[in-house]
Design a protein around this ligand. Structure first.
Ligand code: F6R
Length: 241
């Protein structure tokens, strides 16, 4: 695992954006795995600037997001489809038909999950996966548990996660208690993984991520056995390394 520690959020965002730009320039038709949440927003902003300056071209890129809340349609302001359009896709030259996010309002969840898994595999799998991390160690919405799912599935969100995500909703009751998420297997199959973390509330979990032990109670710890992971953190998130 490579670990890069920077002074602040702006620096991690820029570093991650540059990594991604170099990657896309080497493989213009690559398949990206993307995350929502607060952490990657700065990186998306930089990528928008680089796209405007024609330093990177997304026209042949495909993307698959990690997750979507169950019950929210893409037009709901808190849905992850809406988030991705607002914060990224609407501002770059990606073909929206090549951007995939699970459908939170699908009738048949099992079918949606297996179709999503198939679509990723048919695209050739994820070349470059961006991850944030929950302070409880979740990646995607793979929450701490005695068992983890390999494949895309309907996940129950922990109270901790719902509380953390309530900052985007009116109150915690409005936060869906379920989400469709890519499983640990698909994340681990990504050829390159870049995990971003910022702020002191991530310091404990970043310490655990790098402690040389694996536990399903800390889903992010699976990354320790992946051959190509970069962890990009600011000083606060690196406080106990
Ligand atoms: C989002 C996702 C989550 C977030 C995590 C951290 O698509 O899969 O695992 O990456 O909850 O969220 P932030 O960045 O808001 O701290």
């Amino acid at each position: 695992m490579e670990v890069y520690v920077f002074n602040n959020y702006d620096e991690i965002s820029n570093f991650a954006a540059k990594m991604l730009v170099n990657f896309i320039n080497e493989k213009p038709d690559c398949v990206l795995g993307l995350a929502t949440g607060e952490t990657p927003v700065g990186m998306y902003k930089k990528l928008i600037e680089y796209n405007r300056e024609k330093i990177v071209d997304f026209s042949k890129v495909k993307s698959f997001n990690l997750d979507e809340y169950r019950g929210l349609s893409g037009s709901h302001p808190q849905s992850y489809r809406y988030f991705m359009n607002e914060n990224f896709f609407d501002h770059i030259n990606i073909d929206k038909r090549n951007t995939f996010i699970p459908d939170g309002t699908c009738e048949d969840v099992e079918k949606e999950c297996s179709d999503y898994e198939d679509k990723i595999n048919e695209a050739g799998g994820i070349d470059f996966q961006i991850l944030g991390i929950g302070s409880n160690g979740h990646i995607g919405f793979n929450e701490p548990s005695s068992e983890l799912y390999v494949y895309t599935h309907l996940a129950s969100l922990t109270e901790e996660t719902r509380k953390a995500n309530s900052r985007f909703f009116k109150n915690v009751e409005e936060v869906p208690d379920k989400a469709i998420t890519v499983g640990i297997g698909q994340i681990m199959k990504a050829r390159r993984i870049v995990l971003l973390a910022s702020g002191s509330n991530k310091a404990d979990i970043i310490g655990k991520l790098l402690n040389g032990k694996i536990s399903t109670e800390n889903p992010s710890s699976m990354l320790e056995v992946h051959p190509s992971v970069a962890v990009i953190v600011d000083k606060e998130a690196a406080a106990i390394l």
